[in-house]
Design a protein around this ligand. Structure first.
Ligand code: ATP
Ligand code: MG
Length: 438
């Protein structure tokens, strides 16, 4: 196929036949977030590159290797170039928008969620895309471990509602800048001794940010990291009691978890709590990642404010739901297809269909000027619940036969003032016959 008719590598189309799966997840995510008091926030697909460098972190894979950046003329002054980057994640943009719009001066905690596309240059791997989608939630203002539990509970609640109870929750604490400094020293000493075995990227990490080595995907580096010092042994009293409190909250809320001191997460802004939900049901099965980032708001120029959040990869969630046999909410069916013969009937069909739509029904009629047979075939194909045939005879008598496509049963329906009422009656009867709930 010619290149212009091919989508770029690492992107996906959602065709009308599978959009209902996305709608199921997106609506469920929004509803669950709103149950927890989170409100939607929207922000640009691209931001100034500096925002991501500052927040995600210069030493992370995301900033070093995965961002799509461009330099573009700034129309505001027509000369200074803008360094812009397609968002690789949502936390930075949401935080920037929260600061810029004064949301953090309003009643706290401020709780926002978003459903967005993200862009990363990635290696070719299963369930890893160059454009992917995230559902994210962020909470600003609370330093208390109950907030960490609340954010984890939101992610868990959504997974459960989507039929994905079979996930494992891993938690860890990566401490605050104070206790982490001690840990980084110990970690550096440990890796210094085995320097010659590390991959070139980790050699660089050793100098700039040795904790990143724990996140390396190379099996050799992972092997070396196995016996490395563990952050939990270095936590200061504040970080340690925060972690204890979180564990108690999760236990009391009935949320199972496993402590995994190797989780450091791929973004630099985290402090204290970090967590991941994973599954073995799909490859690269980390479906959700998040944590606390108490320093980020100040780092971005806001007043110091503790914050935390998570993001879920929606392509992986849908794949996981398919593997788990979860139910998706089917797309709305066509309630009535009006077949017509002749121009006058077609016009009447358009008027009746529009009247039904203004009452919230889904109605369609023929716009292809086809014969009756292909029209009925089309009605069947789109799964219309009822059909109606309009011809000269029906126009003359002002009445027609309403056909139930499942049972084949036909009932009389008036085409005059009573049309909507009579159609509503038939739809309700159909619902109570139970067939629409199958
Ligand atoms: P990984 O270790 O798998 O690279 P990450 O730490 O880079 O994940 P985050 O930045 O925490 O991922 O993003 C949150 C979630 O977004 C991930 O848990 C995953 O479900 C999803 N995600 C991240 N990158 C991709 C991608 N390239 N394609 C599809 N989903 C992704
Ligand atoms: Mg990654």
């Amino acid at each position: 196929m010619e290149i212009i008719a091919k989508r770029p590598y690492g992107t996906q189309d959602v065709v009308p036949g599978s959009a209902y799966k996305w709608h199921t997840v997106e609506r469920c995510a929004a509803e669950t977030a709103e149950c927890f008091g989170f409100k939607e926030i929207r922000f640009p697909t691209f931001e100034n590159t500096a925002l991501f460098k500052r927040s995600v972190g210069d030493t992370t894979d995301v900033v070093q290797k995965e961002m799509y950046s461009v330099t573009a003329k700034n129309p505001a002054n027509g000369k200074d170039p803008d360094d812009l980057t397609l968002r690789p994640e949502g936390t930075a943009g949401a935080a920037r928008a929260a600061i810029e719009n004064g949301l953090l001066n309003e009643a706290l905690p401020q709780k926002v969620y978003y459903i967005i596309s993200c862009f990363r240059h990635e290696a070719k791997q299963a369930n890893r895309f160059r454009e992917f989608h995230q559902f994210g939630a962020e909470m600003y203002g609370s330093a208390d471990a109950s907030a960490d539990a609340e954010v984890i509970a939101l992610a868990k609640s959504l997974l459960d509602r989507l039929g994905l109870e079979d996930t494992e929750l891993f938690i860890n604490s990566i401490g605050c800048p104070q206790c982490r400094a001690e840990y980084q020293k110990a970690l550096k000493n440990y890796f210094e001794d085995r320097k010659s075995e590390l991959c070139p990227t980790c050699l660089e990490r050793l100098e700039r940010n040795p904790m990143r080595i724990l996140d390396c995907k190379s099996p050799i580096c992972q092997g070396i990291a196995k016996d490395a010092p563990v952050i939990l042994d270095y936590l200061c009293e504040d970080c340690s009691s925060h972690f204890e409190k979180l564990k108690n909250y999760l236990t009391d809320m009935g949320i199972d978890f496993t402590i995994n001191p190797k989780i450091v997460r791929g973004l630099d802004y985290y402090t204290k709590t970090v967590f991941e939900f994973t599954t073995d049901a799909i490859q690269n099965g980390t479906v959700c990642g998040g944590g606390r980032y108490d320093g980020l708001i100040e780092q971005l120029g806001g007043n110091p404010l503790p914050a935390l959040g998570f993001a879920m990869g929606l392509e992986r969630i849908i794949k996981f739901m398919e593997a788990a046999g979860s139910e998706f909410v089917p797309a709305k069916k066509c309630d009535l297809y009006i077949a017509s013969m002749g121009e006058a009937a077609q016009k009447k069909a358009a008027v009746l269909a529009n009247a039904l739509r203004s009452e919230g029904y889904s109605a369609q009629f023929d716009t292809m000027n086809r014969g009756l047979k292909p029209q009925m075939k089309y009605a069947n194909k789109i799964g219309a619940t009822f059909t109606l045939v309009l011809g000269d005879n029906e126009l003359e008598t002002g009445a027609a036969k309403l056909k139930n496509m499942d049972s084949g049963e036909q009932t009389d329906i008036s085409l005059g003032d009573k049309f909507i009422d009579e159609f509503s009656g038939s739809i309700v009867a159909e619902m109570f016959s139970g067939e629409m709930f199958e």
